[in-house]
Unconditional design. Structure first.
Length: 494
């Protein structure tokens, strides 16, 4: 048998059920792996006791002849944006350092109810603001991948869910939660050669998830295969009365209904996604993806999404505006950091606390958001961006009259070196050029690995679906996964 930590979620689940190995053996193997991978800086907090306790419960249930829970024997990583009762939850910020919630997020509670164990809280861009995992107060997450040709520069694992992507790619966890506001599940998945899906907005509860941009944030799973993502998503999704944006709909059996056949489906290729300066390798991968979906039985058609070029500007007005509002609650009064010097008044304490507690990128977005919401500029910027958002959503609605799914690249490049783009915020924001439009429209979208660039780094393909058509997205992802045969993995150096 291969090393337990090489197995995916479905294999671990099935192996525990069959008695091939015990849940405790699984938990112990991953706990050791976590302890050996500290050089990646993927974890902010390690929770081996949680994983072992869940494993003991699974083994006891099997010994008693009870029906095992859906994720019994499967330990996972939890992005540090999800509130975990009694376990530090910081959103990778200084202002929340030491904060231990007295409640559990709905998504994490559903995963624990399904039998999963937690190996720890995963590092991320601070308050989910970033595309490279360089904005965390707890230091950069480092991708387990390295470029070929002797270039040993540490690479970005993508962001904001970079701790999740790095840990999964390095086989430190078999799966993890992520959140996606403008591409923060899909882009890191593409950078590290794993799969990740952002479901339809409202499929997964946002209750207990530290808010960035409330009309965009959506939780989703990340794992090494499409099937594993489907398994996790089934346990994460569902109506939550505590979240006013939660969709009151039954959770489909995505795993059981998985099919790699796309017969009868039309796949749209949006012409506006062929952006200037796109690397030839991305173009070639996209064409390869088109050939794969044709081989799976799909008909390929060209479609137009004419307002695509306005998606990034609209996003970087709407998201900071909502962030400015959401982050106003961190004031040093009720919880988290408080900077207080003798002789200060309340306003001084607010200013000192926020100055010390927020990182540069968070401050930048708060300033942008406050500016576009100010009395003199609200209509000129925020109102106009919301109108553009409506037009972008309408573009997708028109496209669905011609096709069932869309196929695009996930990111405009492979992973870049840490520090390569951090001095240029605009260059960093362009990483989201292919992922932001579907986020603005609230659509399900998934990244699956399609191949390697000339430097031996992963490249991803993105599938975008109609509202609530996670099944179609997963099926297309499976079709690509089967044909890509992506088995590359990073060499162990940590």
């Amino acid at each position: 048998m291969s090393d337990i930590t090489d197995l995916g979620i479905a294999q671990l689940r099935d192996g525990v059920r069959a008695g091939t190995f015990s849940a405790r053996e699984v938990a112990d193997a991953f706990v050791v792996k976590v302890s050996k991978a500290k050089a990646l800086n993927a974890f902010i907090v390690e929770t081996p006791d949680h994983a072992i306790a869940s494993a003991k419960e699974a083994d006891a249930a099997r010994a008693a002849g009870e029906t095992l829970k859906p994720l019994a024997g499967v330990p996972i990583g939890m992005k540090d944006l999800f509130a975990t009762k009694g376990v530090q939850t910081t959103a990778a910020s200084h202002i929340l350092e030491g904060f231990k919630p007295v409640y559990e997020s709905t998504v994490s509670q559903r995963l624990w109810d399904a039998g999963a164990g937690m190996l720890g809280k995963l590092n991320m861009d601070q308050f989910a603001m970033g595309s490279s995992n360089e904005t965390s107060y707890f230091g950069n997450v480092i991708s387990p991948w390295r470029r070929g040709g002797g270039d040993n520069a540490p690479l970005a694992p993508g962001g904001s869910s970079g701790g999740s992507s790095a840990a999964i790619a390095a086989r430190v966890v078999p799966g993890a939660t992520g959140t996606d506001t403008g591409g923060s599940i899909r882009q890191p998945a593409a950078f590290t050669g794993i799969s990740g899906i952002k479901p339809t907005y409202g499929r997964c509860s946002r209750w207990g998830v530290v808010a960035f941009a409330s009309s965009l944030d959506q939780a989703g799973p990340m794992a090494r295969s499409v099937q594993d993502c489907a398994i996790l998503l089934e346990s994460m999704a569902g109506f939550d009365p505590k979240d006013s944006t939660s969709l009151e709909l039954p959770v489909p059996k995505w795993e059981a209904n998985l099919s790699g056949s796309l017969r009868g489906k039309k796949i749209g290729i949006p012409r506006e996604y062929r952006v200037d300066g796109m690397p030839p390798e991305i173009e070639a991968l996209w064409q390869q993806g088109i050939d794969w979906v044709k081989d799976a039985g799909a008909e390929v058609v060209e479609v137009s999404l004419p307002h695509t070029k306005y998606a990034l500007p609209a996003y970087y007005i709407i998201a900071p505006a909502e962030a400015s509002s959401n982050l106003a609650r961190y004031d040093g009064v009720r919880y988290g950091l408080r900077e207080l010097a003798e002789g200060q008044n309340l306003q001084d304490m607010y200013a000192a606390t926020r100055a010390a507690g927020f990182g540069d990128e968070v401050k930048r977005r708060i300033l942008i958001g406050t500016y576009v919401l100010s009395a003199g500029f609200y209509d000129a910027y925020y109102t106009q961006a919301q109108k553009v958002r409506t037009l972008i959503a309408r573009d997708f609605e028109n496209a669905w009259m011609e096709c069932d799914l869309l196929l695009t690249p996930t990111a405009p490049s492979a992973a870049f070196a840490l520090g390569e783009k951090s001095a240029d915020p605009l260059a960093m924001y362009l990483n989201d050029v292919f992922t932001v439009p579907s986020s603005l429209a609230g659509l399900p979208a998934m990244s699956v690995p399609g191949g390697l660039d000339k430097g031996g780094l992963p490249l991803g393909l993105q599938i975008i679906g109609k509202p609530l058509d996670e099944q179609g997205v997963l099926d297309a992802g499976l079709a690509i996964e089967q044909r890509a045969g992506f088995t590359a993995r990073p060499e162990s150096w940590w």
